[in-house]
Design a protein around this ligand. Structure first.
Ligand code: FES
Length: 386
């Protein structure tokens, strides 16, 4: 059951986008693209962006950049960045992600982050809330070092974790930890659209102090009678719900969940618990999750062979995980970005052996083929040229 497609409501425009005769971002993009072929021809082999970025990285017209304009640290291990995007950015749908890259110790590192603002923002800004992953590189760096003026590399928005154009009549948004960002974007988008169906926003955190953007969530829910905000705390007793997700929580939070679409993003434990419960009650086709590439796709008991990292002179028995994880487990540090098959930063030469791409299912068994380590699992003895 769906409601009528809501009217798109725009956010206030930036001064430069408003007013008679002003050039909008879309208009600027059209004008720029007209002259780009000519400029690319005369700036070959480096391309126009290499010259423009000498003046200002935000002038790049082929590559997308973002300049941090505001930094808020609302919990001890998160940072919320307001980022002004360059003219090549074409927007996003609530729930999608962009690849964010930053130079750390001379190495460009890339990770996917979901904008948390409404997809209807027309002011050219995106908001990114980033939680420091103690085992990560990019997120701890940004939490510790982000400041206004910093320039980030961005990609076009991507991902299938989005709501249908015809919005469902009831929506349950479930998140945990940093998984809050894509569903917060959905909530803000629905509010911008004057959506009048029922929404429950159920977020899990250790304690109240660990909820990013908590004050704003409370403000949003107070202003929208159709939005119910529910906090589940796993390490404190002052939440609306205590402990981890289960049937009881679901019934308390959204007794109408059988009539709703549920959108879920969070840590592995939460994802597994919700998935298993929805499978048990036959509701999997109404559950939509932020999909990241799985790291284990071969049953560890069935994994055979060994991986040899030729240049490093390291070999390790195959445990069924993707090769990037196994290389890291063996003490190596291959380059990577998104870890989900998008950015190609982890591409390396497979010298011999057979691997499967876990996204496409394709088998590669020819020697000297390029493979993406983050989405390839060995199916035999494999030698990688790192
Ligand atoms: S790390 Fe991005 S494709 Fe592998």
């Amino acid at each position: 059951v769906t409601s009528t497609l809501p009217t798109k409501v725009g956010s206030p425009r930036r001064e430069s986008d408003a007013g008679q005769g002003a050039v909008s971002r879309a208009g600027a993009r059209r004008l720029l693209h007209r002259g780009l072929s000519f400029l690319d021809a005369i700036t070959t082999p480096h391309g126009i962006d290499r010259y423009l970025e000498l003046v200002d990285p935000m002038l790049a017209v082929r590559e997308i950049r973002g300049r941090v304009t505001k930094v808020v640290r609302s919990t001890p291990d998160t940072v919320t960045l307001t980022v002004r995007t360059s003219v090549a950015f074409t927007g996003f749908q609530a729930g999608q992600f962009v690849l964010v890259s930053v130079l750390i110790d001379g190495v460009r590192r890339t990770r996917p982050y979901s904008p948390a603002n409404s997809q209807h923002s027309t002011d050219g800004f995106i908001e990114l809330t980033i939680k420091a992953d103690p085992n990560g590189i990019v997120s701890p760096y940004l939490v510790a070092n982000a400041k206004p003026g910093m320039v980030l590399g961005l990609s076009v928005a991507d991902g299938k974790f989005t709501m249908p154009q015809a919005r469902p009549e009831k929506i349950l948004l479930v998140s945990g930890g940093s998984g809050i960002t894509p569903v917060l974007s959905m909530l803000r988008t629905l509010i911008d659209e004057n959506y009048n169906g029922e929404i429950v926003f159920l977020h899990y955190a250790y304690t109240k102090a660990d909820v990013p953007c908590r004050d704003e969530l409370v403000r949003l829910a107070a202003a929208a009678p159709n939005v119910r905000l529910i906090f589940g705390y796993t390490d404190a007793k002052d939440g609306d719900l205590q402990g981890f997700f289960g049937e009881k929580h679901l019934k308390q939070a959204a007794p109408w969940h059988r009539e709703a679409h549920t959108y879920l993003c969070g840590p592995a434990g939460l994802m597994k618990a919700v998935r298993e419960h929805y499978s048990k009650i036959g509701l999997l086709d109404q559950l939509f999750v932020e999909e990241f590439a799985p790291t284990v796709t071969v049953n560890p008991g069935e994994a055979t062979g060994a991986i040899t990292f030729a240049q490093s002179r390291v070999a390790t028995p195959n445990n069924g995980e993707v090769i990037l994880k196994q290389a890291e487990g063996a003490g190596l540090h291959p380059e990577y970005g998104c870890r989900m098959g998008i950015c190609y930063s982890c591409t390396q030469i497979k010298k011999s052996g057979c691997v499967r791409n876990i996204i496409s299912g394709e088998i590669s068994d020819d020697p000297d083929e390029q493979i993406q380590l983050c989405i390839s699992v060995p199916l035999s003895d494999v030698t990688i040229d790192i």
